[in-house]
Design a protein around this ligand. Sequence first.
Ligand SMILES: [Zn+2]
Length: 484
Amino acid sequence: MHVTLYRKYRPKDFEEIAGQREIVKTLKSSLRSEKISHAYLFTGPRGLGKTTIARLIAKGVNCLAHDTITDEPCNKCDNCLAINEGSFIDMIEIDAASNRGIDEIRQIKEKINYQPSNGRKKIYIIDEAHMLTKEAFNALLKTLEEPPEHVIFILATTEPDKILPTIISRCQRYDFKSVLYEEMKERLKYIVDQENIIIDEDVYEIIYESASGGMRDSISILERLMITCYEEEITTEKCEQILGITSTKKMKNFLDKILKKDIRETIKKLDEYWLESLEVEMFFKDFAKYCKNLISKNELAIEEGLDIIGSIYESLNKFKYEEDKRLVGYVIVNNILNPKKQIEIQEKIIEKEVEKIVSIDKNENNGIIENISLSLEEIQNKWSDIVNEAKKVKITFSAFLRDAKPYKVDKNILYIGFNKESSYSKESMEKKDYKEPFLEIVRKKIHPKIYVHYTINDNEGDKSIKNEKNLGQRVEDFFSGKIL
Ligand SMILES: [Zn+2]
Protein backbone atom coordinates (compact mmCIF):
# COMPACT_ATOMS: atom_id res chain seq x y z
CA MET A 1 0.00 0.00 0.00
CA HIS A 2 1.25 3.47 -0.86
CA VAL A 3 1.65 5.59 2.24
CA THR A 4 1.68 9.31 1.57
CA LEU A 5 4.81 11.17 2.54
CA TYR A 6 2.79 13.19 4.99
CA ARG A 7 1.58 10.11 6.85
CA LYS A 8 4.97 8.46 6.70
CA TYR A 9 6.59 11.48 8.33
CA ARG A 10 3.82 12.47 10.68
CA PRO A 11 5.74 13.55 13.79
CA LYS A 12 5.91 10.85 16.46
CA ASP A 13 7.53 13.13 19.04
CA PHE A 14 7.02 16.71 20.10
CA GLU A 15 10.57 17.43 18.87
CA GLU A 16 9.57 16.61 15.32
CA ILE A 17 6.82 19.21 15.16
CA ALA A 18 7.69 22.03 12.77
CA GLY A 19 7.08 25.44 14.32
CA GLN A 20 4.44 25.96 17.04
CA ARG A 21 7.31 26.33 19.54
CA GLU A 22 5.27 28.01 22.29
CA ILE A 23 2.43 25.50 22.06
CA VAL A 24 4.82 22.56 22.15
CA LYS A 25 6.71 24.03 25.10
CA THR A 26 3.56 24.63 27.14
CA LEU A 27 2.01 21.25 26.39
CA LYS A 28 5.22 19.40 27.14
CA SER A 29 5.61 21.08 30.50
CA SER A 30 1.98 20.43 31.44
CA LEU A 31 2.39 16.74 30.54
CA ARG A 32 5.60 16.55 32.54
CA SER A 33 3.98 18.12 35.56
CA GLU A 34 0.74 16.16 34.99
CA LYS A 35 -1.24 19.37 34.96
CA ILE A 36 -3.33 18.56 31.94
CA SER A 37 -6.65 20.09 31.08
CA HIS A 38 -9.78 18.05 30.45
CA ALA A 39 -10.54 20.02 27.28
CA TYR A 40 -8.35 21.65 24.63
CA LEU A 41 -9.26 23.79 21.66
CA PHE A 42 -6.73 23.89 18.80
CA THR A 43 -7.36 26.57 16.19
CA GLY A 44 -5.56 27.63 13.02
CA PRO A 45 -5.32 26.97 9.27
CA ARG A 46 -5.27 23.43 7.98
CA GLY A 47 -2.13 21.34 7.85
CA LEU A 48 -0.25 22.87 10.79
CA GLY A 49 -0.28 19.80 13.02
CA LYS A 50 -3.37 20.25 15.18
CA THR A 51 -4.49 16.61 15.10
CA THR A 52 -0.87 15.45 15.16
CA ILE A 53 -0.35 17.25 18.46
CA ALA A 54 -3.66 15.86 19.71
CA ARG A 55 -2.29 12.36 19.06
CA LEU A 56 0.95 13.23 20.83
CA ILE A 57 -1.05 14.21 23.91
CA ALA A 58 -2.92 10.89 23.64
CA LYS A 59 0.43 9.07 23.60
CA GLY A 60 1.93 11.12 26.40
CA VAL A 61 -1.06 10.34 28.58
CA ASN A 62 -1.25 6.61 27.73
CA CYS A 63 2.35 5.46 27.12
CA LEU A 64 3.00 2.25 29.04
CA ALA A 65 6.78 2.68 29.21
CA HIS A 66 6.33 5.31 31.90
CA ASP A 67 4.68 5.00 35.30
CA THR A 68 2.90 8.29 34.84
CA ILE A 69 1.94 10.76 32.15
CA THR A 70 4.96 11.78 30.07
CA ASP A 71 6.08 14.31 27.48
CA GLU A 72 8.37 11.70 25.94
CA PRO A 73 6.21 8.79 24.76
CA CYS A 74 8.26 5.71 23.88
CA ASN A 75 6.69 4.93 20.46
CA LYS A 76 7.35 1.24 21.22
CA CYS A 77 4.69 0.10 23.70
CA ASP A 78 1.35 -1.30 22.53
CA ASN A 79 -0.50 1.92 23.32
CA CYS A 80 1.99 4.17 21.50
CA LEU A 81 2.01 1.89 18.47
CA ALA A 82 -1.79 1.68 18.40
CA ILE A 83 -2.07 5.48 18.58
CA ASN A 84 0.47 5.87 15.77
CA GLU A 85 -1.66 3.49 13.72
CA GLY A 86 -4.85 5.31 14.65
CA SER A 87 -6.29 2.11 16.10
CA PHE A 88 -6.10 2.80 19.83
CA ILE A 89 -9.38 1.80 21.44
CA ASP A 90 -9.35 4.66 23.97
CA MET A 91 -8.67 7.32 21.35
CA ILE A 92 -11.86 8.25 19.54
CA GLU A 93 -11.46 10.50 16.51
CA ILE A 94 -14.51 12.22 15.10
CA ASP A 95 -14.43 14.13 11.85
CA ALA A 96 -17.24 16.62 12.23
CA ALA A 97 -16.83 17.75 8.60
CA SER A 98 -18.08 14.46 7.17
CA ASN A 99 -20.40 13.73 10.03
CA ARG A 100 -22.32 16.48 11.78
CA GLY A 101 -21.93 14.57 14.99
CA ILE A 102 -25.15 14.32 16.95
CA ASP A 103 -25.05 10.48 17.04
CA GLU A 104 -21.38 10.46 17.93
CA ILE A 105 -21.84 12.96 20.71
CA ARG A 106 -24.75 10.86 22.04
CA GLN A 107 -22.56 7.78 21.95
CA ILE A 108 -19.80 9.68 23.72
CA LYS A 109 -22.28 10.62 26.43
CA GLU A 110 -23.46 7.03 26.80
CA LYS A 111 -19.97 5.56 27.07
CA ILE A 112 -18.15 8.40 28.73
CA ASN A 113 -18.48 7.02 32.23
CA TYR A 114 -16.83 3.69 31.37
CA GLN A 115 -13.20 3.51 32.37
CA PRO A 116 -10.62 3.40 29.55
CA SER A 117 -9.85 -0.14 28.34
CA ASN A 118 -6.09 -0.05 27.75
CA GLY A 119 -4.90 3.37 28.76
CA ARG A 120 -5.00 5.88 31.58
CA LYS A 121 -7.40 8.24 29.87
CA LYS A 122 -9.88 8.24 27.02
CA ILE A 123 -9.06 10.87 24.39
CA TYR A 124 -11.80 12.30 22.23
CA ILE A 125 -10.45 14.21 19.23
CA ILE A 126 -13.11 16.19 17.36
CA ASP A 127 -11.68 17.53 14.10
CA GLU A 128 -13.33 20.44 12.28
CA ALA A 129 -15.37 20.91 15.45
CA HIS A 130 -17.11 24.02 14.06
CA MET A 131 -19.08 21.73 11.74
CA LEU A 132 -20.97 20.07 14.60
CA THR A 133 -24.70 20.70 14.58
CA LYS A 134 -26.25 22.91 17.21
CA GLU A 135 -27.72 19.85 18.92
CA ALA A 136 -24.34 18.15 18.95
CA PHE A 137 -22.74 21.28 20.39
CA ASN A 138 -25.32 21.46 23.13
CA ALA A 139 -24.88 17.81 23.98
CA LEU A 140 -21.11 18.34 24.01
CA LEU A 141 -21.44 21.38 26.20
CA LYS A 142 -23.13 19.41 28.97
CA THR A 143 -20.35 16.83 28.79
CA LEU A 144 -17.69 19.51 28.91
CA GLU A 145 -19.22 21.03 32.03
CA GLU A 146 -18.50 18.02 34.16
CA PRO A 147 -16.34 15.49 32.37
CA PRO A 148 -15.20 12.40 34.27
CA GLU A 149 -11.59 12.37 35.47
CA HIS A 150 -10.55 9.80 32.87
CA VAL A 151 -11.57 11.84 29.81
CA ILE A 152 -9.76 14.44 27.69
CA PHE A 153 -11.46 16.32 24.87
CA ILE A 154 -9.40 17.87 22.08
CA LEU A 155 -11.34 20.04 19.66
CA ALA A 156 -9.59 21.16 16.48
CA THR A 157 -10.96 23.80 14.15
CA THR A 158 -10.01 26.02 11.24
CA GLU A 159 -12.88 28.37 12.09
CA PRO A 160 -12.94 29.21 15.80
CA ASP A 161 -15.45 32.01 15.20
CA LYS A 162 -18.10 29.39 14.59
CA ILE A 163 -17.59 27.72 17.96
CA LEU A 164 -19.95 28.72 20.75
CA PRO A 165 -18.29 31.01 23.29
CA THR A 166 -19.59 28.73 26.06
CA ILE A 167 -17.59 25.86 24.54
CA ILE A 168 -14.48 28.00 24.09
CA SER A 169 -14.60 29.15 27.69
CA ARG A 170 -14.48 25.54 28.88
CA CYS A 171 -11.36 24.71 26.84
CA GLN A 172 -7.71 25.56 27.08
CA ARG A 173 -7.17 27.31 23.77
CA TYR A 174 -4.08 27.14 21.53
CA ASP A 175 -3.88 29.14 18.28
CA PHE A 176 -1.61 27.45 15.74
CA LYS A 177 0.48 29.73 13.54
CA SER A 178 1.75 29.38 9.98
CA VAL A 179 5.15 27.75 9.92
CA LEU A 180 8.20 29.98 9.39
CA TYR A 181 10.48 29.35 6.43
CA GLU A 182 13.39 28.03 8.49
CA GLU A 183 11.08 25.72 10.46
CA MET A 184 9.56 24.27 7.31
CA LYS A 185 12.92 23.92 5.63
CA GLU A 186 14.34 22.03 8.58
CA ARG A 187 11.53 19.50 8.47
CA LEU A 188 11.61 19.13 4.67
CA LYS A 189 15.39 18.69 4.81
CA TYR A 190 14.95 15.87 7.29
CA ILE A 191 12.51 14.10 4.94
CA VAL A 192 14.76 14.73 1.94
CA ASP A 193 17.70 13.15 3.81
CA GLN A 194 15.65 10.14 4.86
CA GLU A 195 14.39 9.61 1.32
CA ASN A 196 17.85 10.07 -0.23
CA ILE A 197 16.72 12.76 -2.61
CA ILE A 198 18.99 15.30 -4.20
CA ILE A 199 17.41 18.71 -4.25
CA ASP A 200 18.50 22.28 -5.05
CA GLU A 201 18.61 24.58 -2.02
CA ASP A 202 16.37 27.09 -3.78
CA VAL A 203 13.60 24.53 -4.14
CA TYR A 204 12.78 24.84 -0.42
CA GLU A 205 11.93 28.49 -0.88
CA ILE A 206 9.67 27.75 -3.84
CA ILE A 207 7.87 25.06 -1.85
CA TYR A 208 7.46 27.44 1.08
CA GLU A 209 5.93 30.13 -1.15
CA SER A 210 3.59 27.62 -2.79
CA ALA A 211 2.48 26.11 0.52
CA SER A 212 1.75 29.53 2.11
CA GLY A 213 3.18 28.44 5.43
CA GLY A 214 1.25 25.16 5.69
CA MET A 215 3.40 22.22 6.75
CA ARG A 216 1.19 19.47 5.36
CA ASP A 217 0.87 21.25 2.01
CA SER A 218 4.64 21.66 1.82
CA ILE A 219 5.12 17.92 2.26
CA SER A 220 2.48 17.20 -0.39
CA ILE A 221 4.30 19.50 -2.80
CA LEU A 222 7.61 17.79 -2.03
CA GLU A 223 5.96 14.45 -2.73
CA ARG A 224 4.62 15.68 -6.06
CA LEU A 225 8.11 16.82 -7.04
CA MET A 226 9.60 13.48 -5.95
CA ILE A 227 7.10 11.51 -8.02
CA THR A 228 7.56 13.64 -11.13
CA CYS A 229 11.35 13.77 -10.88
CA TYR A 230 11.49 10.07 -10.07
CA GLU A 231 15.05 9.12 -9.06
CA GLU A 232 16.39 12.31 -10.57
CA GLU A 233 17.66 15.43 -8.91
CA ILE A 234 14.96 17.97 -8.11
CA THR A 235 16.39 21.08 -9.71
CA THR A 236 15.01 24.58 -9.40
CA GLU A 237 14.07 24.56 -13.09
CA LYS A 238 12.16 21.29 -12.85
CA CYS A 239 10.42 22.44 -9.71
CA GLU A 240 9.31 25.69 -11.34
CA GLN A 241 8.14 23.79 -14.39
CA ILE A 242 6.15 21.25 -12.39
CA LEU A 243 4.52 23.88 -10.20
CA GLY A 244 3.94 26.29 -13.09
CA ILE A 245 5.96 29.13 -11.60
CA THR A 246 7.93 31.72 -13.56
CA SER A 247 11.53 30.62 -13.49
CA THR A 248 13.83 32.31 -11.01
CA LYS A 249 16.49 32.53 -13.69
CA LYS A 250 14.14 34.54 -15.89
CA MET A 251 13.28 36.87 -13.04
CA LYS A 252 16.90 37.28 -12.05
CA ASN A 253 17.87 38.21 -15.62
CA PHE A 254 14.97 40.61 -15.81
CA LEU A 255 15.89 42.27 -12.53
CA ASP A 256 19.50 42.63 -13.69
CA LYS A 257 18.31 44.66 -16.67
CA ILE A 258 16.08 46.79 -14.48
CA LEU A 259 18.84 47.48 -11.98
CA LYS A 260 21.06 48.61 -14.85
CA LYS A 261 18.29 51.07 -15.67
CA ASP A 262 18.53 50.12 -19.31
CA ILE A 263 15.03 50.46 -20.67
CA ARG A 264 15.86 49.18 -24.13
CA GLU A 265 17.48 46.02 -22.80
CA THR A 266 14.67 45.45 -20.30
CA ILE A 267 12.04 45.73 -23.00
CA LYS A 268 14.09 43.44 -25.22
CA LYS A 269 14.11 40.88 -22.41
CA LEU A 270 10.37 41.19 -21.98
CA ASP A 271 9.86 40.70 -25.72
CA GLU A 272 12.09 37.64 -25.61
CA TYR A 273 9.95 36.14 -22.82
CA TRP A 274 6.81 37.17 -24.63
CA LEU A 275 7.90 35.13 -27.65
CA GLU A 276 8.33 32.17 -25.30
CA SER A 277 4.61 32.67 -24.55
CA LEU A 278 5.01 34.32 -21.19
CA GLU A 279 1.80 35.41 -19.51
CA VAL A 280 2.46 39.08 -18.73
CA GLU A 281 0.25 39.52 -15.66
CA MET A 282 1.37 36.26 -14.09
CA PHE A 283 5.00 37.08 -14.78
CA PHE A 284 4.84 40.49 -13.11
CA LYS A 285 2.99 39.14 -10.10
CA ASP A 286 5.64 36.44 -9.67
CA PHE A 287 8.30 39.06 -10.25
CA ALA A 288 6.84 41.26 -7.51
CA LYS A 289 6.92 38.28 -5.15
CA TYR A 290 10.50 37.57 -6.18
CA CYS A 291 11.49 41.15 -5.36
CA LYS A 292 9.69 40.92 -2.03
CA ASN A 293 11.76 37.86 -1.13
CA LEU A 294 14.99 39.57 -2.15
CA ILE A 295 14.11 42.52 0.07
CA SER A 296 13.53 40.25 3.03
CA LYS A 297 16.91 38.58 2.41
CA ASN A 298 18.57 42.00 2.14
CA GLU A 299 19.57 41.26 -1.42
CA LEU A 300 17.61 44.16 -2.84
CA ALA A 301 17.43 47.68 -1.40
CA ILE A 302 14.09 48.22 0.25
CA GLU A 303 13.26 51.53 -1.53
CA GLU A 304 14.19 50.13 -4.90
CA GLY A 305 12.25 46.93 -4.31
CA LEU A 306 9.14 48.70 -3.10
CA ASP A 307 9.22 51.04 -6.08
CA ILE A 308 9.26 48.04 -8.39
CA ILE A 309 6.45 46.24 -6.58
CA GLY A 310 4.39 49.43 -6.35
CA SER A 311 4.79 50.21 -10.06
CA ILE A 312 3.78 46.67 -10.99
CA TYR A 313 0.57 46.62 -8.99
CA GLU A 314 -0.38 50.16 -9.90
CA SER A 315 -0.03 49.45 -13.62
CA LEU A 316 -1.68 46.04 -13.50
CA ASN A 317 -4.63 47.60 -11.78
CA LYS A 318 -4.81 50.58 -14.08
CA PHE A 319 -4.67 48.56 -17.27
CA LYS A 320 -6.58 45.49 -16.24
CA TYR A 321 -8.97 46.00 -19.16
CA GLU A 322 -6.28 46.60 -21.74
CA GLU A 323 -6.23 43.65 -24.11
CA ASP A 324 -2.73 44.11 -25.46
CA LYS A 325 -0.88 42.67 -22.48
CA ARG A 326 2.52 43.10 -24.08
CA LEU A 327 1.98 46.84 -24.11
CA VAL A 328 0.93 46.68 -20.49
CA GLY A 329 4.29 45.00 -19.91
CA TYR A 330 6.01 47.97 -21.57
CA VAL A 331 4.06 50.36 -19.38
CA ILE A 332 5.19 48.51 -16.28
CA VAL A 333 8.82 48.56 -17.38
CA ASN A 334 8.49 52.24 -18.09
CA ASN A 335 6.83 52.99 -14.77
CA ILE A 336 9.57 51.15 -12.94
CA LEU A 337 12.46 52.79 -14.78
CA ASN A 338 10.99 56.11 -15.67
CA PRO A 339 8.03 57.00 -13.52
CA LYS A 340 7.79 60.56 -14.84
CA LYS A 341 7.33 59.47 -18.41
CA GLN A 342 4.28 57.43 -17.52
CA ILE A 343 1.90 59.57 -19.55
CA GLU A 344 3.97 59.25 -22.71
CA ILE A 345 3.94 55.48 -22.73
CA GLN A 346 0.21 55.53 -22.16
CA GLU A 347 0.00 57.52 -25.35
CA LYS A 348 1.99 54.80 -27.02
CA ILE A 349 -0.94 52.51 -26.35
CA ILE A 350 -3.35 54.95 -27.93
CA GLU A 351 -0.99 55.45 -30.86
CA LYS A 352 -0.66 51.74 -31.41
CA GLU A 353 -4.43 51.42 -31.50
CA VAL A 354 -4.65 54.24 -34.03
CA GLU A 355 -2.20 52.35 -36.23
CA LYS A 356 -4.29 49.23 -35.91
CA ILE A 357 -7.45 51.01 -36.98
CA VAL A 358 -5.76 53.00 -39.70
CA SER A 359 -4.36 49.81 -41.18
CA ILE A 360 -7.85 48.35 -41.37
CA ASP A 361 -8.90 51.54 -43.04
CA LYS A 362 -6.03 51.30 -45.50
CA ASN A 363 -7.03 47.84 -46.58
CA GLU A 364 -10.60 48.83 -47.08
CA ASN A 365 -9.70 51.84 -49.13
CA ASN A 366 -6.93 50.38 -51.25
CA GLY A 367 -4.26 52.26 -49.40
CA ILE A 368 -5.90 55.65 -49.38
CA ILE A 369 -6.36 57.09 -45.93
CA GLU A 370 -9.32 59.37 -45.81
CA ASN A 371 -8.50 62.62 -44.14
CA ILE A 372 -11.91 63.82 -43.26
CA SER A 373 -12.13 67.39 -42.17
CA LEU A 374 -14.49 67.06 -39.27
CA SER A 375 -14.38 69.11 -36.14
CA LEU A 376 -14.94 67.63 -32.74
CA GLU A 377 -17.47 70.37 -32.09
CA GLU A 378 -19.55 69.29 -35.06
CA ILE A 379 -19.66 65.73 -33.74
CA GLN A 380 -20.44 66.84 -30.21
CA ASN A 381 -23.38 68.84 -31.56
CA LYS A 382 -24.74 65.77 -33.29
CA TRP A 383 -24.05 63.46 -30.35
CA SER A 384 -27.48 63.46 -28.72
CA ASP A 385 -29.02 62.87 -32.11
CA ILE A 386 -26.72 59.85 -32.60
CA VAL A 387 -27.54 58.45 -29.18
CA ASN A 388 -31.28 58.83 -29.80
CA GLU A 389 -30.97 57.04 -33.10
CA ALA A 390 -29.03 54.23 -31.39
CA LYS A 391 -31.72 53.85 -28.73
CA LYS A 392 -34.24 53.13 -31.45
CA VAL A 393 -32.09 50.27 -32.72
CA LYS A 394 -31.33 48.79 -29.30
CA ILE A 395 -32.68 50.15 -26.06
CA THR A 396 -29.51 48.98 -24.20
CA PHE A 397 -27.52 51.59 -26.12
CA SER A 398 -29.00 54.24 -23.88
CA ALA A 399 -27.44 52.58 -20.82
CA PHE A 400 -24.07 51.89 -22.44
CA LEU A 401 -23.77 55.37 -23.91
CA ARG A 402 -24.94 57.26 -20.86
CA ASP A 403 -21.42 58.20 -19.73
CA ALA A 404 -19.81 58.13 -23.15
CA LYS A 405 -18.37 61.32 -24.62
CA PRO A 406 -16.76 62.01 -27.99
CA TYR A 407 -13.48 63.72 -27.13
CA LYS A 408 -11.21 63.62 -30.14
CA VAL A 409 -11.17 63.23 -33.93
CA ASP A 410 -7.93 62.20 -35.52
CA LYS A 411 -7.81 61.54 -39.26
CA ASN A 412 -10.97 59.50 -39.72
CA ILE A 413 -11.16 58.12 -36.23
CA LEU A 414 -13.63 59.34 -33.68
CA TYR A 415 -12.59 58.68 -30.08
CA ILE A 416 -15.33 58.06 -27.57
CA GLY A 417 -14.30 58.11 -23.94
CA PHE A 418 -15.78 56.39 -20.93
CA ASN A 419 -14.84 57.04 -17.34
CA LYS A 420 -13.26 54.26 -15.30
CA GLU A 421 -16.53 53.27 -13.66
CA SER A 422 -18.13 52.67 -17.05
CA SER A 423 -15.61 50.12 -18.27
CA TYR A 424 -18.39 47.58 -18.59
CA SER A 425 -20.24 49.88 -20.97
CA LYS A 426 -17.07 50.34 -22.98
CA GLU A 427 -16.51 46.61 -23.22
CA SER A 428 -20.10 46.10 -24.28
CA MET A 429 -19.81 48.73 -26.99
CA GLU A 430 -16.77 46.93 -28.33
CA LYS A 431 -18.72 43.74 -28.88
CA LYS A 432 -19.72 43.00 -32.44
CA ASP A 433 -23.45 43.18 -31.72
CA TYR A 434 -23.14 46.78 -30.58
CA LYS A 435 -20.05 47.95 -32.39
CA GLU A 436 -21.40 47.34 -35.88
CA PRO A 437 -24.88 48.86 -35.64
CA PHE A 438 -23.49 51.84 -33.76
CA LEU A 439 -20.78 52.43 -36.36
CA GLU A 440 -23.46 52.33 -39.02
CA ILE A 441 -25.41 55.06 -37.25
CA VAL A 442 -22.33 57.23 -36.74
CA ARG A 443 -21.44 56.84 -40.40
CA LYS A 444 -24.92 57.76 -41.44
CA LYS A 445 -24.98 60.84 -39.22
CA ILE A 446 -21.41 62.05 -39.64
CA HIS A 447 -19.36 60.56 -42.43
CA PRO A 448 -19.41 57.25 -44.35
CA LYS A 449 -15.65 56.73 -43.85
CA ILE A 450 -15.47 57.38 -40.14
CA TYR A 451 -14.27 54.81 -37.56
CA VAL A 452 -15.11 54.72 -33.90
CA HIS A 453 -12.68 53.89 -31.16
CA TYR A 454 -13.57 53.49 -27.47
CA THR A 455 -11.25 54.31 -24.60
CA ILE A 456 -11.31 54.61 -20.85
CA ASN A 457 -10.29 58.10 -19.81
CA ASP A 458 -9.21 58.84 -16.31
CA ASN A 459 -7.91 62.24 -15.32
CA GLU A 460 -4.37 61.58 -16.46
CA GLY A 461 -5.73 60.22 -19.69
CA ASP A 462 -7.55 63.47 -20.31
CA LYS A 463 -4.35 65.39 -19.83
CA SER A 464 -2.45 63.26 -22.28
CA ILE A 465 -5.21 63.60 -24.82
CA LYS A 466 -5.22 67.38 -24.69
CA ASN A 467 -1.53 67.30 -25.29
CA GLU A 468 -1.75 65.47 -28.56
CA LYS A 469 0.74 67.44 -30.60
CA ASN A 470 3.70 65.40 -31.84
CA LEU A 471 2.49 62.28 -30.09
CA GLY A 472 4.28 59.96 -32.49
CA GLN A 473 7.49 61.92 -32.16
CA ARG A 474 7.49 61.69 -28.39
CA VAL A 475 6.82 57.96 -28.43
CA GLU A 476 9.72 57.62 -30.81
CA ASP A 477 11.92 59.66 -28.51
CA PHE A 478 10.92 57.48 -25.67
CA PHE A 479 12.09 54.35 -27.45
CA SER A 480 15.26 56.09 -28.57
CA GLY A 481 14.03 56.55 -32.11
CA LYS A 482 12.67 53.09 -32.62
CA ILE A 483 9.04 52.12 -32.52
CA LEU A 484 8.85 48.58 -31.29
ZN1 LIG B 1 4.76 4.12 24.83
